[in-house]
Design a protein around this ligand. Structure first.
Ligand code: DC
Length: 236
């Protein structure tokens, strides 16, 4: 590890297990966990609230110039502040999820976000999770993972996750979750600016056939094999 800190990059599509893995690694090795998708979500929430069209790059750029987004790492995950107001829960809405994928295709928005993400991570010990961390935000990250799983496995996981966070009242329809995931995948992988893809030097993991414990143990082993880091918490 160098004086510039240590960056573990975790990229991959929605539902591949990035958040769970990132949270676990951060706790296990005493790193900060920074979830960059939450930043795109916070900006999308503001665009929705201000009725700014997610396809209008110029209007979004104007909005970005008067927006402040901060991630605060806390025990239970990231607290997300939009213009100083906590929006951690509200950014998980289905409408915000789709809007985040749409606003994130625009190069000026990505440039702004990448600058913010670099300043949050630079010189620190961070697990940073997103779509372009290993390719664009920190191409010189100390270790990179690209987590993937079949669309069916990912949409099943997302279905269970969204159902839990909604409570029993607002249970999502399985087909709608699968469709939304497909649409996001398509957009995130095919946008012109920094599309979702594995960095050439990333460790690519397909977790379709793995349960969560197997995945966490496998990744922990990879981190130990590549970086000499002291363990600060043994909890899974
Ligand atoms: O990780 P997430 O599902 O919270 O991300 C929401 C959207 O934000 C995702 O569909 C694409 C975009 N995103 C991105 O373009 N680059 C990142 N580093 C993180 C997220």
């Amino acid at each position: 590890m160098t004086e510039r800190g240590c960056v573990i990059a975790i990229d991959g599509p929605a539902g591949a297990g990035k958040s769970t893995v990132a949270k676990h690694l951060a706790k296990h090795f005493g790193f900060l966990n920074l979830e960059t998708g939450a930043m795109y979500r916070a900006f999308a929430l503001k665009a929705l609230e201000q009725c700014v069209d997610a396809d209008d790059a110029a209007a979004l750029e104007g909005l970005a110039s008067e927006t402040s987004i901060t991630l605060e790492a806390s025990e239970g995950g990231n607290r997300v502040l939009l213009d100083g107001v906590e929006v951690t829960k509200r950014i998980r809405d289905a409408a915000v999820t789709q809007a985040a994928s749409r606003v994130s295709v625009h190069p000026p928005i990505r440039k702004w976000m990448v600058g913010l993400q670099r300043s949050l991570g630079r010189g620190r010990r961070v697990v940073m999770e997103g779509r372009d961390i290993g390719t664009v935000v920190f191409p010189d990250a100390d270790l990179k993972f690209f987590l993937d799983a079949s669309p069916e496995a990912r949409s099943q996981r997302r279905f269970e996750q969204v159902g839990r966070s909604n409570g029993s009242g607002g249970r999502p329809v399985r087909a709608a979750v699968a469709r939304e995931l497909r649409e996001r995948d398509e957009r995130d992988r095919n946008r012109a600016d920094s599309p979702l893809k594995a960095a050439a030097d990333a460790i690519v993991i397909d977790s379709t056939e793995m349960n969560l414990d197997e995945l966490l143990i496998f990744i922990e082993d990879q981190v130990r094999a590549h970086l000499s880091l002291p363990v600060v918490s043994e909890e899974i």
